[in-house]
Design a protein around this ligand. Structure first.
Ligand code: AMP
Length: 531
């Protein structure tokens, strides 16, 4: 099917010319599956995500049918209506209609909240062929008498599941009630929860159903990595990585609006041009920010998940998950912003102690652990100890104890455990190695500050090197860092795993009675937090 070209799908010359202009050579699977049925006037239920080419799949047949129907535009009336959950998506769809309809006489308007109504009312005065709208503003303008839906020939609901999530379902129902009975209806949704299924049953008449799996190969082109890092140190690490890695265009995802603002501020102070978008930013501001990001004037965009929805910018080299997402599927959406159109990309995630549960959910969804890059303490960045760090630390502590025991040797009070070393070549402190598993310690080297983790991917060696560069000295000898400013507290936050984890993670032969205070001091030591 992929070998069909656009012409064989039945598209008219004006559309084919626009596609040539866009540089599209082959239709995507959703375009192949949808365009002929839509040109024939069928209703459609599309289970597909952004990035599959679904906008062209519905825009091209809409433009063609509107052109071929020759129905005149009437004041305040729209011949087709596309309802989208976010302003960004609405604007993007409007731009796509502009591009695909460049060789036609199609007139468009796009209405969304957060900006003045007057230009939108003016745009509707003489009627349009294509109206793209977010639900709230659309109902508002209908209430004002500025928009009339009674002549809509084609209606498209895009990202219906997102509309449901955002509480727009009642608005959607109100809009449906205002549409003429005779019309062509399309419903797109990335997922099909039961509410969407019910809506589809009432809304669509004998629809064609198109299911497009998210493009898995794209994910495979993404180099994913993970840093365990304390919450208060994430911003320092982000600045460091943006400077060290070859970041040409990056999106940094923050879970909260406030967090996004703080990240942008940190980047600004570090001299990294960035823009920030979230729901509290005015629409004018968001549009400007997106334009600057697209044009490459600000190579970094800090965004919340909701605001970033529908953002379609090519050539994003890096995605940073500054916070782990609460929904594991969001991780896939986020990292899918990079590695588009066959390009490769890099996704870097930060995970603090409190986010380990969220990370587990993501890894469960992916079916694989995300390769960990061991962050070495540098310039104020302290890592969160991983389970392996903890085991290493336990081992080192036990080695030291043995060394102490040995040096006290004969003076040791009776009843103290005497280490079971072989008594030779065993004086090297940290590098001491137990001679046999009977020592009560695993047979492995003690932790070395520069030892790469076994699970760190080889391809990321340059990143590890960057973190080990002379500019990033081991901070064991450094004073307490500036981390944890976020909490408004200069004292480091506890980041060690809970004591239940400690016992679970500890090797079986470890003495279970080791006090958590000992463990804490070991963790403090490996994280450079010596008091
Ligand atoms: P969408 O899923 O509509 O957001 O589209 C995702 C991206 O794919 C957009 O950048 C489109 O411009 C692009 N695109 C859509 N159809 C094609 C095609 N047939 N060939 C190449 N790129 C396409």
């Amino acid at each position: 099917m992929l070998h069909s070209d656009f012409e064989s799908l039945g598209l008219m010359p004006a559309c084919l010319e626009a596609l040539r202009h866009e540089g599209y050579v082959q239709p995507t699977p959703i375009q192949v599956a949808s365009i002929p049925s839509l040109l024939a006037g069928r209703d459609l239920l599309g289970c597909a995500q952004t990035g599959t080419g679904k906008t062209a799949a519905f825009a091209l047949p809409t433009i063609q049918r509107l052109t071929e129907n020759h129905i005149k535009r009437q004041p305040r009336k729209a011949r087709s209506l596309i309802v989208a959950p976010t302003r960004e998506l609405a604007m993007q769809i409007d731009v796509s209609f502009g591009a695909y309809g460049r060789k036609t006489e199609i007139k468009r308007a796009c209405v969304y909240g957060g900006v003045g109504k007057v230009p939108q009312i003016k745009a509707m005065e003489r009627g349009v062929d294509v109206l793209v709208a977010t639900p709230g503003r659309l109902l508002d303008l209908i209430g004002d008498g500025a928009i009339d839906l009674s002549q809509v020939e084609i209606v498209i609901f895009d990202e219906a599941d997102r509309m449901l999530d955002m509480g727009f379902i009642h608005d959607v129902r109100k809009i449906i009630a205002l549409l003429p009975k005779k019309r062509q209806t399309l419903l797109f949704s990335a997922t099909m929860p039961s509410e969407i299924d019910t809506l589809a049953r009432t809304l669509l008449d004998n629809p064609v159903r198109v299911d497009i799996e998210p493009e898995k190969p794209t994910i495979e082109l993404i180099s994913q990595s993970l840093y365990y890092v304390e919450k208060g140190c994430k911003r320092d690490l982000l600045v460091h990585l943006i400077k060290e890695l070859k970041v040409s265009r990056a999106v940094v995802f923050s879970r909260t609006k406030h967090g996004a603002d703080r990240i942008a501020k940190t980047l600004h102070i570090a001299g990294i041009p960035s823009g920030v978008i979230h729901a509290n930013k005015g629409q004018g501001n968001r549009t400007k920010t997106m334009e600057a990001f697209r044009a490459g004037e600000t190579p970094v965009l800090v965004a919340t998940d909701l605001a970033a929805r529908g953002i379609d910018v090519d050539d994003i080299s890096h995605v940073f998950n500054f916070d782990m997402p609460t929904e594991p599927e969001t991780y896939v959406h986020r990292i899918g912003r990079t590695a588009r159109a066959g390009a490769s990309g890099t996704a870097v995630s930060f995970c603090d102690t409190e986010e380990k549960r969220l990370l587990k959910q993501v890894e469960h969804l992916l079916g694989n652990p995300i390769p960990v890059i061991k962050v070495h303490p540098f310039a104020g960045v302290r890592p969160v100890p991983t389970e392996e760090d903890l085991r290493d630390a336990m081992f080192e502590e036990r080695s030291k104890e043995r060394m102490r025991g040995r040096s006290q040797g004969r003076g040791r009070p009776s009843g103290s455990a005497r280490p079971a070393g072989n008594g030779s070549g065993d004086r090297g402190g940290r590098s001491a190695r137990p001679s046999s598993p009977a020592d009560g310690a695993p047979r492995r080297d003690g932790p070395r500050a520069d030892a790469p983790r076994r699970d760190a991917p080889r391809r990321d060696a340059p990143q590890r090197d960057a973190l080990r560069s002379p500019a990033a000295p081991d901070s064991r000898s450094r004073p307490a860092s500036s981390c944890n400013r976020e909490a408004g507290n200069d004292r480091p936050r506890p980041t060690a795993p809970r004591s239940s984890d400690q016992h679970r993670d500890a090797p079986r032969h470890e003495t279970p009675s080791r006090s958590s205070r000992d463990v804490r001091s070991v963790i403090d030591e490996i994280t450079g937090r010596r008091s």
